[in-house]
Design a protein around this ligand. Sequence first.
Ligand code: SF4
Length: 377
Amino acid sequence: MGDNAREKKSVISRAREIIDNYQGKEIRIMEVCGTHTHEIFRLGLRQILPPPIRLISGPGCPVCVTPVSFIDEAVILATDHNVTICTFGDLVRVPGSGLIPTEAGDGTSGGKPAFRKIPASLAAARAAGARIQVVYAPQDAVAYAKEHPEEAVVFLSVGFETTTPTACLAVQEAQREGLSNFSILTANKTMPAAYEAMRGSMDAFLYPGHVHAITGTSICEQLAARGTSGVVAGFTAKELLTAIAVIVKRTEEGKPFFENCYPRVVRPEGSPAAQKLVDEMMEPCDARWRGIGVLPASGMKLREKYAAYDARIKYALPRIEGRENPACRCGEVLQGKCLPSDCGVFGRGCTPEHPVGACMVSGEGACSAFYLYGKDL
Ligand code: SF4
């Protein structure tokens, strides 16, 4: 065994010792990152924790928190406006409302409800003849728009601080190339409002390493100063176990805390270049989170000078409320209020092959993790 392997093993052993010997009060640790959720399940970390340490999944999966109204908007663009939708694959199967008001507003006309049917997902729209292209990065959508000047192309821009800079770069590229057939439909979100909304549902956050590599750690330090504890964590077994062990030790000290347990990637100042890019091109807006509702200033939209690239403005999209399937408890799952296995349709009416809610569709969703790695956890 080499020195590195020996050192890694001894770090893991020390972390395990702290965790295994913990017998104090309950500690609820909320991960707010879909990648953390899946790594925790894949590595079997939940099974090795003693009963007082509970891991809770929070609103960290970008596809899961994207509201049903966003899917409806994308379907309307694809069907009513003959737009080519370029999107990450997960969004294609996320269920939409399937029924929307015929007029902007509450779906009433002359006192009577007035609704019309639309395809219930982008997959259904594609089956009905709409052009839906799966891409792996926003730049792929720009390339598609360049290669197909006869088509109007909209990229579905979802995600947190980690992915928003790439959407900005795509708009910059489209502008540089003089593409008038490219725009983005934004559902980009920022984490601080979600942290605020989840305070009280947990005892410590397992902060997402990728997000804080962009934003830095000042928000975590501010939250600690206001009584909310947490650690930034990486994604390997060693990093996750270390982060949990640090939470255990610091909780025993009895004071709110913050620690950066992912210093090889996360610096206190984050990425000033990415922050500058986003600040120059986007501004905060109120945003709806699936099952949680509207969180003030928790979204990002293009600034007015980039309005030509904002699909909502370009196509004058009506405001849509969206209607979630009443059987789906994604909203509660995303807030750590229930387990996926508490949902009445989990594993029966709702499976990865036939998802009822976004948390079962996305590769980062808690329901798909439970389904893949064991619902009895
Ligand atoms: S199991 Fe399916 S329907 Fe139930 S909360 Fe999860 S995604 Fe929604």
